[in-house]
Design a protein around this ligand. Structure first.
Ligand code: FDA
Length: 497
């Protein structure tokens, strides 16, 4: 409530924020979480909380009047459509050189992501987080994160026979025929539930194209894992449709936090002020970086380090499709949850997921999201003229990622006698190089913060989300974000409280 004084305020309810809230509450601390997106706990008139990828409606996008689908063309035709402006679940946030997709709502990115829960190979960890003890991470915090998130693997025998992974089996066959290591990708989806979907005994979700705009059944989003446990302590309150706009030192100690309450059309219905002894920035790589860069530049938090805003990367994301021969159909029923990957990281700098194209018709297309070892890093900066935060990323930098992805797909195309699809991202456009799903960095660990996320110059302020990670995790990022948060909050509880 307006004017309240609280011990801990957490900005954002994604992975970092949910870990912080659970562990602080278990340590006996009362936690208030502020989330700009909706609660996503009430069904619409169709009886469903979330819409699917085939029929995006008002629930799909954050304050847009037209959808902005990551895969925005099909057979060369644009597929975006008009929608009412609403505080929907997926934000396609546009910067000059890149569109950054993010989840909005209680659960953050866990609401919209594919649930692929990948722990980086240990030999790659030093490049991901150089100042963090790998023994501790692999001995304690990665296992803790995997169990807290409910990570599991597809049953390989079922994978081999089910219609909904025909597309992934084609991906495996082509990878193996070209000599690439193939791996199953773990996921937080309830695999038993998916088997029942395929058997027709429960309502379909992964098999009904539910992913990008939320999943109504089997996906274990944070609402079902960390946040459910946090709420069960009785010590955590969550305020959805509340957006933090400022944090500044308070006269009597602690921090004054300014918060706008939002209506579902995005308008501000109330402005509130709360005083918090400690504030955790968990607004995601972009959300946290934007706040910190603005607060430093405008003098609200003058003590922040010059490293704030730096070290941002796109996890090397690039997408492409391949056109298969008629004897390699990928299936008209495709599980929206990917489970297969092609690992060419050490030789070519690319890890590619065999992704679904859940259109409901046979496309003969194989679709891939590659994570690549791009060296490019961008910086957030305050633009006083526009009153906004800019990001220096350049679209041309994606060429490095494309070259790395080509180490896999040029070889597969040569072996199979196939070509790239040119109709998925425009007219005669092969590469999806305009976007990222995996924003990382902007308040990098041991640079903008100390080695546990404490912000320099302002005791009681912490960063605990993807902005701590300097631009790349070699695989999908949320397991690493969760494990790092587990590590940092344990230290903070032991030494600061
Ligand atoms: P996260 O973004 O989860 O949470 C931040 C929260 O803060 C959001 O809920 C936001 O609304 C809120 N917020 C921001 N600013 C605020 C403010 N000023 N006031 C109040 N609240 C504010 N990763 C992976 O490992 N496997 C996968 O399969 C995928 N797939 C995938 C698909 C798609 C479509 C997307 C968009 C992303 C993925 N990801 C993924 C990425 C993954 O979801 C992402 O890395 C994490 O959600 C990031 O976790 P954080 O805790 O950093 O922030």
């Amino acid at each position: 409530a307006d004017g309240a004084r609280v011990p801990v305020l957490v900005i954002g309810t994604g992975y970092g924020g949910s870990v912080a809230a659970l562990r602080l509450a278990q340590a006996g601390v009362e936690v208030h979480m502020i989330e700009m997106g909706m609660a996503w706990d009430t069904p619409g008139s169709d009886g469903k909380i979330f819409c699917n990828t085939r029929e995006p409606d008002y629930r799909s996008y954050w304050l847009r009047t037209r959808t902005k689908a990551p895969l925005n063309y099909f057979l060369g035709f644009p597929i975006d459509r008009d929608i009412p402006r609403h505080t929907g679940i997926l934000d396609a946030e546009e910067f000059a050189g890149i569109t950054v997709y993010q989840g909005r709502g209680v659960g953050g990115g866990s609401l919209v992501n594919g649930g692929m829960a990948v722990t980086p190979k240990r030999e790659n960890f030093a490049a991901v987080l150089p100042s963090v003890d790998a023994d501790e991470m692999y001995g304690v915090y990665y296992p803790r994160a995997n169990s807290g998130l409910g990570v599991g693997l597809v049953d390989p025998a079922w994978f081999d026979t089910t219609a909904c992974y025909q597309y992934a089996r084609v991906g495996r066959k082509h990878a193996q025929r070209s000599g690439f290591p193939f791996t199953f990708v773990p996921d937080v989806y309830d695999w038993d539930y998916m088997k029942q979907e395929a058997a027709g005994t429960v309502p379909q979700s992964a098999l009904a194209g539910e992913i990008l705009y939320g999943n109504n059944q089997g996906k274990k989003s944070l609402q079902k894992t960390y946040l459910a446990r946090a709420r069960a302590t009785g010590k955590v309150t969550i305020s959805p449709l509340h957006q933090v706009t400022s944090v500044a030192p308070a006269a009597g100690g602690g921090y004054t936090v300014r918060i706008d309450q939002l209506a579902t059309d995005g308008s501000v219905t109330a402005a509130k002020t709360v005083t918090a002894t400690r504030v955790f920035f968990a607004a995601g790589s972009v959300g946290t970086s934007k706040l910190l860069v603005k607060l430093k530049a405008t003098g609200a938090l003058p003590g922040l380090d010059d490293e704030v805003g730096k070290g941002w990367g796109d996890n090397g994301n690039v997408m492409c499709g391949r056109a298969n021969h008629l004897w390699d159909p990928t299936g008209k029923l495709q599980s929206a949850i990917p489970c297969a990957g092609i690992d060419n990281w050490s030789a070519g700098g690319a890890f590619a997921e065999v992704a679904p194209l859940p259109t409901g018709i046979e496309t003969y297309a194989s679709f891939y999201l590659s994570i690549t070892n791009t060296p490019h890093r961008a910086q957030f900066s305050w633009n006083a003229a526009t009153g906004k935060v800019d990001l220096s990323w350049q679209t041309a930098w994606k060429q490095t990622s494309i070259d790395m992805a080509k180490t896999i797909f040029d070889k597969i195309n040569a072996k199979e006698g196939t070509i790239y699809r040119t109709d998925l991202f425009g007219v005669y456009k092969i590469w999806g190089d305009h976007l990222t799903y995996h924003p990382l960095g902007g308040a990098v660990l041991n640079r903008a913060t100390d080695n546990y996320g404490r912000l320099a110059g302002h005791p009681g302020l912490y960063v605990i989300d993807g902005s701590l990670i300097p631009g790349n995790t070699t695989v999908n990022p949320f397991v690493t974000i969760t494990a790092l948060a587990e590590r940092n909050i344990e230290k903070i509880i032991a030494t600061d409280l």
